[in-house]
Ligand binder design. Sequence first.
Ligand code: GTP
Ligand code: MG
Length: 205
Amino acid sequence: NPLQGAQFVLAAHRISQLPADRGAEVAFAGRSNAGKSSALNALTNHKGLARTSKTPGRTQQMVAFGLPPVAVEGQPPLDARLIDLPGYGYAKVPLEMREHWKLEIDAYLHQRRSLRGLVLIVDIRHPLKEFDRMMLAFCFATQLPCHVLLTKADKLSRNQAMQALAALRREFADNSPHATAQIFSSAASTGVDEAREAVMTLLRT
Ligand code: GTP
Ligand code: MG
């Protein structure tokens, strides 16, 4: 597992506090409680790496995790990171905080030069809410690759999960040709290898 060995680097309240903007970075975004931190832990095979919680709005920081250097053909090894972004859209997080993160995430996506792609975490039972569409539209506009993990697939039957994936892909065919998607579950370890591959591909982009 190339994502094994990820280590906490720092937690930032604003982008100016993030690690130096070089090398390659993949960010994990999604609505509050969608399962971003759990997905990060599953991918890095490190249970306690990112803090998870039953309480939505748990991650109120941008958390940077360093990865072992990534080998890229014909280039020196790449300084690589994963970034856990604060969950979005939870009403009980104070309005001021939500506004702060909206601006900060927006600035991060626009300015971060080492950002290679976005992993968008979506609860498979509630596909594409307003925030998700915003992120997809942003990626489309800036040509940033986006890979969607339809997570908590363990909550549905295999058949229902496949239907949700097919519906999402149909939608992408119309509006988001740059986006890819897969079924995922941190709880049942579904789609973990596929997601790792997707992250590595983004980092090497
Ligand atoms: P915030 O940081 O609050 O935005 O949340 P988050 O997106 O990081 O979600 P987190 O990983 O903390 O998970 C939220 C809740 O969903 C926790 O109770 C997790 O145990 C649960 N959860 C996450 N992934 C899965 C999954 O694949 N299956 C199931 N059944 N539950 C999951
Ligand atoms: Mg979190």
